[in-house]
Design a protein around this ligand. Structure first.
Ligand code: DX5
Ligand code: ZN
Length: 221
């Protein structure tokens, strides 16, 4: 079982001050940066791409960047994200014609690979590619927006994924994304997650440039 990681989703950060927000949240104890890429095609929203990832690296961010691709197709953008400094690249199996090939592509670009499962997507896709993933990301909301409520059936799915990982003996992170808050993170951890994405619960509504602002928020996690 890997050490717990808190992964703030910068989707809810103040984009006009993104570098500062990311530095502040990392200084306050966050472990990795969750980077949501949406294309207004696979999901009905449009966010950020490789240029912004590269800008964070140039700003001095050295923590792992966890790129969650909600785009279709996926393959074309993977080398660009690798060159821009992505650490993990995860994608939705529905968005790739050839899941095995995409997983291999991510690793051949020097990144850690992962598959993302929507609330209604079964884990069966993993059966023949378990040795090609470094991370399994379970969505506890439907992808596209921050600030939605945690879908409770994700807890059973986490237990199922945890068992698959433990049975495999492989070194695979189990990440949960959507509706994670200080109030439900304990039961999510008990269900088997080790990597916790939180957007609105961390970045919230209060926009401030106080570098200490995220200390007390992250202490609750
Ligand atoms: C949703 C994104 C999430 C989102 C989570 O499609 O993948 O990472 O930012 O936001 P919260 O934590 O507010 O549910
Ligand atoms: Zn995400």
């Amino acid at each position: 079982r890997q050490a717990d990681f808190i992964a703030p989703s910068i989707l809810s950060a103040d984009f006009a001050r993104l570098g500062e927000e990311v530095v502040n949240v990392l200084t306050s104890g966050a472990d990795i940066v969750h980077f949501d890429v949406m294309d207004n095609h696979y999901v009905p929203n449009l966010t950020i791409g490789p240029l912004v990832c590269e800008a964070l690296r140039k700003h001095g961010v050295t923590a792992p960047i966890d790129v969650h691709l909600m785009v279709k197709p996926v393959d074309r953008i993977i080398p660009d994200f690798a060159a821009a400094g992505a650490s993990y690249i995860t994608f939705h199996p529905e968005a790739s014609e050839h899941v095995d090939r995409t997983l291999q592509l991510i690793r051949s670009e020097g990144c850690k690979s992962g598959l993302v499962f929507n609330p209604a997507t079964p884990l069966s896709v993993l059966e023949y590619v378990m040795d090609k993933v470094d991370m399994i990301l379970l969505m506890s909301v439907n992808p596209g927006f921050g600030g939605q409520s945690f879908i409770p059936s994700a807890l059973d799915k986490l237990r199922q994924a945890r068992k698959m990982i433990d049975d495999s003996g492989l070194d695979i992170r189990l990440e949960i994304d959507g509706g994670v808050k200080a109030s439900n993170i304990r039961e999510i951890k008990e269900a088997g997650a080790d990597t916790f994405v939180a957007g609105s619960a961390i970045f919230g509504a209060a926009k401030t440039s106080d570098p200490q602002h995220y200390n007390s928020i992250l202490t609750d996690f």
